[in-house]
Design a protein around this ligand. Structure first.
Ligand SMILES: Cc1ncc(C[n+]2csc(CCOP(=O)(O)OP(=O)(O)O)c2C)c(N)n1
Length: 320
């Protein structure tokens, strides 16, 4: 049963990050074994997903991009239904018709996953406009990458959101990569947050590999949105540890840069931090790992045993 999770205790956030990592490692392994095309993973970005999503309320809406598994799982998505969706099974969130790139889960308030880079930016702005006009509670959280921020749609969306004073949290996950191109080749400066000023918008960059820092910054950002009635841009500075789209040997990635960011793996960092603070022990981590492994194994089993949609379903639930 899917449910929105709002537990922001450090240990719970760590276990959620571990679940996301295990989910993505399993889906890439299953796809590699089947020899099929893979997904865009968010390995390395788990702290950003969990830190932000666990700060949202049940009224808030989420729109995201092609690297969405972390956002969905942090929101409480059922990993079995997620596996099923990516494997094209009828028990998936969209009856197996969206794959990993277009999942929506209305019951979780996740309205859209967009593989049109930047597409979520204008749609999220539209959703916030509608919520504002209908006087609905809550805000919109919109996740996008540094590549999307380099597109015109980012600037148009921020401009209008500021002019219209929309309740929206733009979350730029600056993972340094734009498909196979390093952001330094396409982006001026290091931080997307600096651009928000031009649109009269408050913004901040936070260490995207520190889940507690992301969580605290998100809570502050949301408080500012409620206080000012205006949008806010939060940049989580992080790194994409796997390739753009599986399979991907990352041959184009500088080995020393990758090694440096692997040293800052958000999950290992959080485990060490909580052990140092005496909040958990190595044996607690082993138990968490076992729990997560069991959940993921059962979820994959559920999906693998689920049927594909019938051919007669081909044109139902599809809009074009
Ligand atoms: C409008 C559009 N242009 C190009 C692509 C091809 N494409 C898919 S992902 C991607 C890179 C996106 O980079 P970023 O927004 O930083 O997100 P990240 O993949 O790093 O999470 C590109 C160019 C696309 N899907 N849509």
């Amino acid at each position: 049963m899917s449910q929105i999770i709002q537990d922001s205790r450090a240990v719970s956030m760590l276990e959620c990050m571990m679940l996301i990592r295990a989910y993505e490692e399993k889906i890439t392994a299953l796809q590699a074994a089947a020899g099929g095309a893979g997904t865009c993973t968010s390995v390395g970005q788990e702290a950003s997903a969990v830190g932000v999503v666990r700060a949202l309320s049940t009224d808030d809406r989420i729109l995201t991009n092609h690297r969405s598994a972390g956002h969905l799982l942090a929101r409480g998505a059922d990993p079995g239904r997620l596996f099923a969706e990516v494997m094209g099974r009828s028990t998936g969130y969209c009856k197996g018709k969206s794959g990993s790139l277009h999942i929506s889960a209305k019951e979780l308030g996740v309205l859209l996953t967009s593989t049109i880079v930047g597409g979520e930016l204008s749609l999220a702005t539209g959703v916030a406009l509608s919520m504002s006009m209908l006087k609905q509670p809550g805000i919109v959280a919109c996740f996008f990458g540094d590549g999307a921020a380099c597109e015109g749609i980012f600037h148009e969306s921020l401009n209008l959101a500021s002019v219209w004073k929309l309740p929206i949290l733009y979350v730029c996950e600056n993972n340094q990569w734009q498909a196979y191109v390093h952001r330094k080749e396409t982006m001026i400066g290091d931080h997307v947050s600096a651009w928000a000023k031009n649109y009269g918008m408050e913004s901040r960059t936070v260490d995207g590999n520190d889940v507690e820092a992301v969580h605290a910054a998100t809570r502050e950002a949301i408080a500012r949105i409620h206080e000012t009635g205006k949008p806010y841009l939060l940049e989580t500075y992080t790194y994409r540890l796997r390739g753009h789209f599986e399979p991907d040997d990352q041959a184009y990635v500088a080995a020393d840069e990758l090694a440096q960011w692997r040293e800052r793996d958000p999950i290992a960092q959080m485990q060490q931090k909580l052990i140092a603070r005496g909040e958990i022990s190595p044996s607690d981590i082993a138990q968490m790992e076992a729990r997560v492994a069991k959940t993921i194994a059962q979820a994959a089993e559920f999906a693998l045993n689920s049927p594909f949609p019938a051919a007669s379903e081909l044109t139902t639930d599809v809009y074009a």
